[in-house]
Design a protein around this ligand. Structure first.
Ligand SMILES: Cc1ncc(C[n+]2csc(CCOP(=O)(O)OP(=O)(O)O)c2C)c(N)n1
Ligand SMILES: [Mg+2]
Length: 594
């Protein structure tokens, strides 16, 4: 019996969609589930995606846009870029086990960064030749079948599935997307055999529930007693502070956190590893707080590592409240944090509830104390900004160029709504000091620890927000991990150009400053032998842009940094990807300079 006859009418709330084979149902369900882009790297068994999307385009049916990509890691990072900017899922398609392996370290980023992406790959056909549509028809297919394809990446997914004969294909996509999009969000994987994808649907119609018909759970509200308790700790404290990192992944949380912080004049510190801007960096309360060990009431808001124990840990007398949809961080293994209250809620609801509880209990004397603190923190912010500006101006005179100056100049050229991707590693701190970002959704980091994220994610971000500038600030080592030519080609070809600012120190901090920190008295440091940490001379990053008819420039003069960035942005606004490679001292030289 054909599948359509089996599923038709199972649930009358499910709409009917035109589909001649399973692949048609799958692309329709993807689109209905919020997927606009399918990042595709070719393989003989995944031609069904090309056929289904081409057919949908021609017949005006629902389907994501198929985006031709040149490398699977770039494809997955591009999907992460779309998800990070839109909050909606994106999908990838790769070739059998080998393409799945090529997703590579982007799998780590997808998982640790909680991106709701649908990763797929075809499987090597295994049906006996001629017995069904999609069956084996080439010698290579005998090589392609692993014992269990999902096993390759299972520990980096919330759920994985191999599409099989008893499935309703549209339902399975909706279900995978429901899981990916429900908090804590995360990647899901589908192994899609060609034989399954090409299964005919009798009658040319199929029924399935959409992702939203299955439903996404709504964020919960904290217990009002808990909200009052945290409000009381923050009000009574002399030195309270909010420590955040990733809450800005939901842009709505930023406004709620600002309201709470302003009501009580609580400063907000954002971790350097933050996946998104969680608080406006220009706000007087931003960056003016105490270190965790000096605070007496700490509100941790979606931060994975708010301090390094034991040295930086809060005092035993301090009150600690920890807000996260998964506050015990079940995706991470060894965690030794302690808190007085764990609140399993999202940042926006928690901030709103604590704000409302606090507003109802503030006394006049509380408000006077808070006003004093506000004035003190505003003064502190002005001092910090003046010091940072002075340091930047001094750095601006140094030859060779100081990375602090590059970060400062990036801050000067960004439009308020520009999207900045920070993959600048050892220079990320400078970037945070100078980027001056106030709008939610204007700064992102990978959310994981893998190199290779930036250029693919920047392409995805631009594809999803064509009207905004997208700027990638990236270490020269990580830029090479990005598959730069593949990413730049896709940016040029699909008219989604971004500006890459490469910090050319010809070094890995891991293998230079990191090595010296690990072996301060070691032979390598004593002799200045940093083999393994320095790659000098480097490839010409600017020429990489030229290989795809983009704009590239090497900059060695501090006065040229700003003008070069503006030329790069102009090129990008004219439709070409641009690479501005700024030459710095190597990190070995920098250790002796500063
Ligand atoms: C895939 C991957 N391989 C290796 C590392 C280890 N690693 C962390 S930082 C770093 C150095 C990156 O160099 P670069 O991008 O030039 O930045 P810099 O250290 O110069 O600031 C390396 C190799 C990693 N994070 N990811
Ligand atoms: Mg480097």
């Amino acid at each position: 019996m054909a599948i359509q006859e089996r599923v038709a009418g199972i649930d009358k709330r499910w709409a009917e969609y035109p589909a001649e084979e399973w692949a048609d149902a799958v692309v329709a369900s993807m689109k209905l589930g919020g997927i606009d882009h399918l990042f595709f790297v070719s393989g003989s068994e995944i031609g069904f995606y090309q056929e289904a999307t081409a057919k949908a385009q021609e017949l005006g049916r629902l389907s994501p846009r198929l985006i031709t990509m040149m490398h699977e890691q770039t494809a997955l990072n591009a999907a992460l870029g779309v998800a990070m900017v839109t909050g909606q899922p994106a999908a990838t398609a790769a070739h059998v086990d080998v393409g799945t392996f090529n997703y590579g370290a982007a799998l780590h980023t997808a998982w640790k960064g909680s991106y709701p992406v649908l990763m797929t790959s075809g499987t090597g056909p295994r049906a006996y030749p001629g017995t069904m549509a999609g069956a084996r028809n080439g010698a290579i297919q005998w090589y392609q079948e692993p014992r269990d394809q999902g096993e390759i990446l299972r520990q980096y997914t919330k759920m994985d599935h191999r599409m099989e004969g008893q499935d309703n294909p549209g339902l399975m996509i909706s279900r995978l997307l429901q899981v990916a999009m429900s908090e804590p969000r995360g990647p899901v994987y589908l192994a899609f055999p060609r034989e399954a994808a090409m299964t005919p649907l009798a009658g040319g119609r199929v029924r399935f529930p959409t992702r939203d018909q299955l439903g996404l759970a709504r964020p919960s509200w904290p217990d009002p007693d808990d909200a009052r308790e945290v409000a009381r700790w923050l009000i009574e404290a002399d030195n309270p502070c909010i420590y955040t990192a990733n809450s800005g992944r939901n842009p709505e949380s930023v406004e709620e956190l600002v309201r709470l912080a302003e009501l009580l004049a609580v400063p907000v510190m954002q971790d350097r590893l933050s996946a998104a801007l969680s608080f406006p960096s220009t706000h007087p309360l931003f960056g003016t707080g105490p270190a965790p060990r000096d605070a007496d009431a700490l509100l941790i808001v979606e931060s994975t590592v708010p301090w390094i124990p034991p040295h930086d840990a809060p005092s035993p007398d301090a009150k600690v409240a920890w807000v996260d949809v998964d506050p015990v961080q079940s995706r991470y293994k060894t965690m030794e944090w302690q808190a007085d209250l764990w609140l399993a809620v999202d940042a926006a609801s928690a901030a709103r509830a604590i704000h409302d509880a606090a507003a109802a209990m503030l006394t006049q004397s509380d408000m006077n104390r808070i006003a004093d603190r506000r004035a003190r923190l505003e003064r502190r912010k002005r001092e910090l900004e003046a010091q940072a500006e002075e340091a930047a101006q001094r750095a601006g005179h140094r030859r060779p160029i100081h990375p602090r100056w590059v970060a400062h100049q990036i801050g000067q050229v960004l439009e308020p709504d520009a999207i900045l991707l920070d993959d600048a590693l050892s220079n990320s701190g400078f970037l945070q000091t100078y980027y001056r970002r106030s709008q939610p959704g204007t700064v992102f980091k990978s959310g994981g620890s893998s190199g290779g994220w930036g250029a693919g994610a920047a392409f995805g971000a631009k594809l999803a927000s064509p009207e905004r500038d997208v700027v990638l600030a990236v270490g020269d080592g990580f830029f090479m991990f990005d598959n730069p030519i593949a990413a730049l080609w896709t940016a040029a070809h699909h008219k989604a150009p971004f500006l890459s600012v490469v910090f050319v120190n010809r070094s890995y901090s891991t293998g230079t400053t990191g090595l010296r920190n690990t072996y301060p008295e070691g032979m390598a440091a004593e002799k200045g032998n940093y083999d393994g940490g320095v790659f000098d001379p480097p490839p010409d990053y600017a020429k990489m842009a030229e290989t795809v008819n983009g704009y590239g420039e090497n900059v060695r003069d501090p006065e040229e940094v700003g003008p070069a960035l503006r030329r790069g942005l102009a090129a990008v606004r004219n439709g070409s990807p641009a690479v501005i490679a700024v030459w710095l001292p190597t990190l070995v030289e920098e250790m002796n300079l500063s």
